[in-house]
Design a protein around this ligand. Sequence first.
Ligand code: SF4
Ligand code: SF4
Length: 131
Amino acid sequence: MSKNKVDYDCSKCPGYCCSYPRIVVTDRDIKRLAKHFGLSEEKAKTRFTRSYVFKSDKPKETIKERILKHRKDQIYATICQFFDQDLRRCTVYEARPDVCRQFPDGKKCGYYTFLKFERKHQGDQDFIPSA
Ligand code: SF4
Ligand code: SF4
């Protein structure tokens, strides 16, 4: 195995990570998306993102964030609006937010390991377990 090789294959996954409801974007991400679509940053911000208030218990705090908008999906409840639901992949790959670039942050993706195990167990390479 080469040093950079990863142990997951997004082309065989229905895009679980893109179904995370809270995909946080920064001003830099909005700027990149605006440039990609030839829009003003303000327009990109309202069109693609929405404000969200995250409440954590430990430590007890409230954080105001901007997250990517979602839409309904046939596999997961909802998914990022930039996700192509037929091809099951990102449509803004070159302009995707930093958090999407960083995931899964290692050679393994926990969901893919789970998916591979379930598919082998079921004897069905297209099987999609409920997450
Ligand atoms: S959940 Fe893992 S394998 Fe699936 S698309 Fe995301 S990174 Fe790729
Ligand atoms: S921007 Fe692309 S990679 Fe990021 S959540 Fe949306 S579809 Fe997935």
